[in-house]
Design a protein around this ligand. Structure first.
Ligand code: KIV
Ligand code: ZN
Length: 402
């Protein structure tokens, strides 16, 4: 069923909203802080990538955070993505977010309050009734400053389901337009996630008037799987970060969710606005800004994500890349697959490399000799680079002329 949302108008039921929190939750991971100029560059890149919402920061956290949210709001004063600022369920936080967001053409006040018994007892020292009152009061105040208010149940996935329903109902009644259920500590399994959203949508009055959102952390490496499961349960906004950066083990990685949706359209028939060929450049920009590269085997954006070393795989890829690639490198911004020469590589890849280096005409005997010497070298070196191959063949050609 289509839904009407203050920032997006009528949304079809198959539309997934990408809420990017690289500049807020992502920046909260140790060593990943960014200055205003860097945040502005990232905000531009995220807009270009096609995200729907940019969470620009936590306005009350520091003067720098306030200024970053405000500068990003100014940058998108005429149009662009919805700009969000996080607030706790406290008047000072909400007013600070509202102030920082003022210049934005489209803005969202994001209010968070914990709903698990553990967090309420130990951290908030609030009773259930006090939490319910705070939900109503804070969302009501938020709505006085923005038509678009997101309410998040921190530690929602570990909350008592009946109490969570009551909180969500209170938030909707007070005017929240997006309801986010974070798996704050990355504890859930995909089946839990799907059930949480299915339950809330079937049990809470007014659930069909709001967008449900998933916000998954990666402590058990489940963040992306949980995000997909949440979508199956009815979530239509997903919160993620570039390169999966975020508190502790990080958040669901935007690039992985986007490519799962694109690659598995057969089982995930959803629409979104992410321009996937711009993924790699956005990932690299973030790595340059923060000084943290992604690990080589990181899905989608790691340097090995489209690299093949074994002879069997290289032979397959040379015949038809779809033998070992489920998406094209170009679809996420790489210029091509790479056949990395190493000790597992075969003659087909070696010959292909020679052609690409301009040695297409070398005779079979020279090729065989060069290949044998390449294998010896590959046993000694982890990776054989283009220069090594060129040196081998040049040497072979010289010997051939002797
Ligand atoms: O993980 C979390 O619970 C959060 C909230 C602030 C949404 O980041
Ligand atoms: Zn989080």
């Amino acid at each position: 069923m289509a839904i009407t949302h203050p920032s997006f108008g009528t949304l079809d039921d198959n539309r997934i909203i990408f809420f990017d929190t690289t500049l807020r939750d992502g920046e909260q991971s140790p060593g990943f802080s960014m200055n205003i100029e860097e945040k502005l560059r990232m905000a531009e890149a995220l807009t270009d990538l096609g995200v729907d919402v940019i969470e620009a920061g936590f306005a009350i956290a520091s003067p720098g955070d306030f200024e970053s949210v405000q500068e990003i709001a100014k940058r998108f004063a005429k149009d662009g993505p919805v700009i969000a600022s996080l607030s706790r369920a406290a008047a000072a936080d909400i007013l600070r977010s509202a102030e920082a967001l003022k210049p934005a053409a489209r803005k969202r006040i994001h209010i968070v309050l914990a709903t698990s018994d553990l967090h309420m007892r130990v951290k908030l020292r609030m009773s259930r009734e006090e939490v319910l009152e705070a939900v109503t009061g804070s969302v009501t105040l938020g709505r006085q400053h923005s038509d678009d208010v997101e309410w998040s149940a921190e530690d929602g996935s570990r909350s008592d389901p009946d109490f969570l329903c009551r909180c969500v109902e209170a938030a909707i009644k007070a005017g929240a337009t997006t309801i986010n259920i974070p798996d704050t500590v990355g504890y859930s399994m995909p089946e839990d996630m799907e059930r949480i959203f299915t339950d809330l949508r079937s049990r809470v009055p007014g659930a069909d008037t709001v967008i449900f959102s998933a916000h998954n952390h990666n402590d058990l490496g489940m963040a992306v799987a949980n995000t997909i499961a949440a979508i199956r349960g009815g979530a239509r906004q997903i919160e993620s970060t570039i390169n999966g950066i975020g508190e502790r083990a990080g958040n669901a990685s935007l690039e992985e969710v986007a490519m799962a949706l694109r690659t598995r359209r057969d089982v995930l028939p959803f629409a979104n606005t992410i321009q996937t060929p711009k993924i790699l450049r956005t990932s690299k920009l973030l790595a340059t800004i923060t000084g943290f590269d992604v690990q080589p085997n990181k899905a989608i954006v790691g340097r090995n994500a489209f690299a093949h070393e074994s002879g069997i795989h290289q032979d397959g890829v040379l015949k038809d890349a779809s033998t070992y690639e489920i998406m094209t490198p170009e679809s996420v911004g790489w210029s091509n697959s790479s056949l990395v020469l190493g000790k597992h590589s075969g003659r087909a890849a070696f010959r292909d490399k020679l052609r690409s280096l301009g040695y297409g005409e070398i005779g079979d005997n020279q090729l065989n000799d060069a290949f044998r010497r390449f294998k010896d070298l590959a046993d000694r070196k982890k990776v054989v680079y283009d220069e090594d191959v060129a040196a081998l063949v040049d040497d072979e050609v010289v010997r051939g002329h002797d």
